[in-house]
Each structure stands twice: as C-alpha cells, then as structure tokens.
Design a protein around this ligand. Structure first.
Ligand SMILES: *Cc1c(COP(=O)(O)O)cnc(C)c1O
Length: 410
C-alpha cells in the first residue's frame, strides 16, 4: 500500500465497484441492530448472526440435494471453531468435520452423532478418543502408517471402527502432505478389508480454495478412473465418497490495491453453479459405478458471512488516521494488508468511501483494518464494523497485547 495522500476533506470518490456498494447498502439496512449490540455489549465484539448461519447451511444443502440422490454434510470446524457456530450448524442437519482431538472433544461435547475426523499426523491419544467414540466417529486415515497404528488400537480395544482413506492428487509441493496418492487406495483397502475391527466405508479428497469448480471436477474425474480399477468387494464395502470443502463465497475474493479506493475483485461461482457442475460430473463418473452417498465438508462458505467484527474509534490522530480499540490479534494474521473488506462507520453512516488509515491499537505497524471507510466522516467513539469475518479469523485469534473481543450471538 502507498501512503494515503488524500485528506478527509477532499472530495470523496464514489465506489466504482457496484459489488462493494450493494454489499455495504445491505449491511446499512441492518445498521440499528448492529449498533444496539454494541450499545448493550460494548466494544470490541465478534458478532455472530445465527439467522445468516442457518440460512447459509440450508442453502448449501439444498443446492447439492437437488443434484444428488444421497448426500451428507459436515461443517469443517476449523474454519470457525466457536462452539456456538458448530451447535447452530448441527441444528441444520449437518455433521461435523474435525481435524484434531480438541475439535473432536468439542464435537462430542455438543452431542454430535455423525463426526468425521480427518487430517495429517493424528496422534495416538487423538485416535484413541475416536475409537472410544466409534459409534459417532468415522476416521479418515491419512497414511498407511496411521492405518497400522489404528489397527493396533482397535484390536486392543476390540472395537469396530468406521474408516475411510484420504486421497491426494498432488505429488509435488506442500499439498502433498495430505493423504496418499490415488494408487495407494487398492493396497490399503486390501490390507484392511478382512480386518475384524476396521470397517472400510469411504474415500475422501479435499482441495481448498476454489473460486470455480474446475479443479474439483478434475479430481472427481481422476477419482472415477481410480475407482473403476477397484475389485467388486470394494463396491460392497464403500458407502461414501467425500469430496471435501473449499467453496469460495459467491461475492468473490476482494483484494486491496495501491489506490485506497481501488479494490479488486476476483469473481467466484455461486453455490448453485458449483452444485450443478459437480453434480453432473459426480453422476457421470462416480454414481455410474455404485450408489455412493456423496459427502461435503464446507467450512468457509458456511461461516464467512455469519460473523462480523465491531470496533470503536479511540483516537483520531489526523484527518485520515484513526486508532481503534481492537487490533488484528482478533483475526490472528495481517489479513487486511492484502484482503479488502469495507470498514463501515455505523455511527456516522454513509454510502461514500473515504481514504483513511483505520488501524488497531497494537504496538506494531502491521495492525491494519483498512485504508478507507464508508461513512459521512469518522470521529472518536464511532462504532465501526468489519463485515463477514467468520472464516479463518476467529479460529486464528491470538492473545497478543490487547484482550480479545467478546462474542455475542444475535
Ligand atoms: C479445511 C478443510 C475443509 C474446509 O475447507 P473450506 O475451504 O473452509 O471449505 C474441509 N475438509 C478438510 C479435510 C479440511 O482440511
């Protein structure tokens, strides 16, 4: 980012991008609700909108249920690990996708009865917790080594466990850490198919961060070719194909540029387009081989729009420089140096965006909320909102210098 040369009193520019303008307009219609929350609960806040979360969960399910005869949905807890978020999504008929013993304990504590446990490097105590709760947990194994450790565990406990295998198409680069290559499916299946305590039930893949369905389509085609080579008993045993998460919210990816008002947007497909495209290739390449249940593990798409961060201006140090009561330890990374989200002044609301450094109160310059705000003007005590911060912020929050915001569910 360049320094901002334009002071507040210079002529503000209308947003060129209608996407941000419409987005801000919709939020301003609910301005009083957000201001009331700040009035009652103070600042800073993580504000969860239960209705938005329910609506997203329902929309996601409906989109894919229209395309496929048998489906299951698992919310990826790591995308927002607030237990209220998981509780609300459970209420919408989702199961939970957990990636650690901590997340598994949370899921069990919430009473979830359909949990999938995936992720690299599961420890023995984590696997033991899964085996103890074998009636509620399916373990998606990440490697042959993990399979061996799990076999020893279930034999010792004499407990039958539902398992699946995570497959991966990346043989180079950092994504190769997940799962096993496609050709490892057959030998691993043969290792456990007659085991007394290992019940092979499915296959998983996950490729994160898809603005469009192309990569998932390619993986489904490759998976179809892999499954074709499996023996007949596989098709009796295998109940589900889990195609993971990685759906980008339909508003697209918003990025900052050198111009504080010149935001960039990379468009994303709607979830209905994802469902139509993936549904077609799944029917053609997977369901033509067997009547599998298709599982989904969305995280970001479900929680992104359902949590906002509310902050307050503490100090106005220049016409175009304000310091707020919360820092980016609330989001855990220097998100707004690259990602753009509008900073919305709820107190002095307006539909024009004006250049201004809106910064946090941490003793580091990498503590940026934004390089502009929407509003008439900005003053001390004003309540500001950073909308749609539900995904990969709350889970990454850190104890660093300032206290963390309180959570309020409305
Ligand atoms: C992180 C993760 C997800 C969720 O990804 P999103 O991009 O948040 O949808 C789903 N499945 C697995 C295995 C993951 O690791």
């Amino acid at each position: 980012m360049n320094d901002i040369a334009t002071p507040e009193n210079s002529r503000p520019r209308l947003m060129q991008e209608p996407f941000v303008h419409d987005f801000v307009q919709a939020i301003l219609e609910r301005r009083q609700i957000y201001l009331n929350a700040a009035k009652v609960h103070g600042s800073p806040l993580y504000l969860v909108e239960e209705a938005v979360l329910r609506e997203r969960a329902g929309q996601f399910r409906a989109a894919f249920e229209r395309q496929l005869p048998s489906t299951s949905f698992y919310y990826a807890m790591k995308s927002n690990n607030l237990s209220d978020v998981s509780r609300i999504v459970l209420g919408e008929g989702f199961g939970l996708d957990v990636s650690s013993g901590i997340e598994l304990s949370t899921a069990l504590g919430l009473g979830a009865t359909d949990i999938i446990f995936s992720g690299p490097g599961k420890t023995d105590p984590e696997l033991e917790l899964a085996v103890e709760n074998a009636d509620r947990v399916t373990v998606l194994m990440d490697s042959p080594g993990e399979c061996q450790r799990l076999m020893a565990l279930v034999e010792r406990r004499k407990k039958r466990l539902r398992v699946g295998l995570r497959l991966n198409h990346h043989t180079v680069g950092l994504w190769r850490k997940f799962g096993v290559p496609m050709e490892a499916l057959l030998p691993l299946y043969e290792t456990i198919k007659d085991h007394s305590y290992m019940a092979f039930k499915g296959v998983q893949f996950h490729s994160s961060w898809n603005l469009v369905p192309d990569r998932q389509v390619e993986l489904i085609r490759i998976l179809g070719d892999t499954l074709k080579k499996m023996p007949p008993s596989f098709f009796d045993d295998c109940e589900f194909i889990d195609i993971g998460g990685g759906y980008w919210p339909s508003q697209g990816e918003w990025l900052v540029s050198d111009d504080p008002l010149g935001h960039q947007m990379i468009p994303a497909s709607s979830i209905e387009t994802f469902a139509q495209t993936l549904g077609q290739v799944i029917r053609e390449k997977i369901l033509s081989l067997g009547a599998f249940r298709i599982c989904f593990e969305p995280g970001r798409w479900i929680c992104n729009d359902a949590m906002h961060i509310i902050i307050q201006v503490i100090d106005k140090k220049a016409p175009d420089l304000v310091i707020t009561d919360a820092g980016t330890n609330a989001v855990g990374w220097e998100r707004f140096e690259t990602d753009y989200f509008p900073v919305i002044n709820l107190t002095r609301s307006g539909t024009m965006e004006k250049p201004c450094h809106v910064l946090g109160s941490l003793c580091t310059p990498h503590d940026v909320w934004g390089y502009a705000y929407f509003g008439q003007e900005i003053r001390e005590k004003d309540i500001l909102m950073i909308p749609t911060q539900g995904a990969y912020t709350f889970s990454l929050r850190q104890e660093f210098i300032k206290p963390l915001p309180r959570v309020v569910v409305i």
